[in-house]
Design a protein around this ligand. Structure first.
Ligand SMILES: [Zn+2]
Length: 279
């Protein structure tokens, strides 16, 4: 009888210790005073692509909240006041003049993709003749296990050339949508720059919820160059870390802009609405 009790006690201790060990793996404490962040393997997405391009530029996701959803990500700050690149838990802001700063916890984000990056596997891509962004996309599509999952990427390398796009801060009432703002965006370029491309991939079936295919943002190791990747050239091997995601979570902006936006088509503005009021 006694030995059964001891056996049960040992089993109990083993289970308790195992749970404790698992807890350590699953959670991390952000700061002494901050909340305990539950890590997970979810692809987190804030706002809807068609809402974002249709001038929902004022939203309510704080950097502090974003940090509970991931340590790696990309997106845009409120009022398009900078592109966002998140790496190692820091949300960097690339302003329209190209300067880069760390976003404060109280800063707001209007569109984001994020997740806790867990390296499921690595690829070293062939760069022999030189690679650009289209080459990167086609090699990734070739080598990914399937185009039907979601993926996060951390792509590190020394880039011979890097061309990034920024954003121009907007004030309400917003006149132009991304169809006008993107072709006129500020552009930042650099040569022989080492850094990290943070990337996301969504399958075609994502529809108008998010960007289909690849979306890449870049930040240099010295934090002097960053933004939305428009193109690059690489002639040395680049290292690609890949995190496959099968769990996708999106959150809608809960405000008047989103409540009232038209989502019938990708670019739909009030001036066009006026012409088609009768429909
Ligand atoms: Zn972007």
């Amino acid at each position: 009888m006694q030995s059964v009790k001891i056996g049960s006690l040992i089993l109990f201790l083993f289970v308790a210790l195992s749970c404790e060990e698992k807890k350590k793996l699953d959670t991390t404490t952000s700061t002494e005073a901050g909340p305990v962040i539950e890590k997970n393997d979810t692809y987190y997405h804030y706002s809807i692509w068609w809402a974002f391009v249709n001038k929902v530029f004022d939203a309510d996701l704080s950097v502090a909240e974003l940090k509970t959803k991931g340590d790696t990500g990309l997106g845009s700050f409120n009022l398009l006041d900078g592109e966002m690149v998140m790496i190692d838990g820091i949300a960097y802001r690339v302003r329209e003049d190209g300067t880069i700063s760390e976003g404060a916890d109280t800063d707001k984000i209007v569109y984001a993709n994020a997740g806790f990056f867990e390296n499921d596997f690595n690829l070293t891509l062939e760069v022999k003749e030189g690679m650009d962004m289209e080459g990167l996309k086609s090699q990734l599509l070739d080598k990914l296990p399937s185009p039907n999952f979601f993926y996060m990427f951390e792509i590190e390398g020394l880039f011979d050339y890097m061309k990034c796009g920024g954003l121009t801060r907007q004030e309400p009432p917003f006149e132009e949508g991304l169809d006008v703002l993107i072709p006129n965006r500020p552009v930042f370029e650099g040569n022989r720059v080492s850094g990290t491309i943070v990337g996301f991939y969504c399958p075609d079936f994502i529809g108008n919820i998010n960007v289909k295919g690849f979306h890449f943002h870049f930040i240099s190791d010295d934090k002097k160059l960053g933004g939305h990747v428009m193109d690059f050239k690489a002639t040395e091997n680049i290292k690609v870390g890949i995190d496959k995601k099968t769990d996708y979570h999106f959150v809608l902006p809960d405000n008047a802009d989103f409540e009232n936006v038209s989502l019938e088509k990708e670019f739909q503005y009030k001036k066009n609405d006026a012409a088609t009021d009768e429909q």
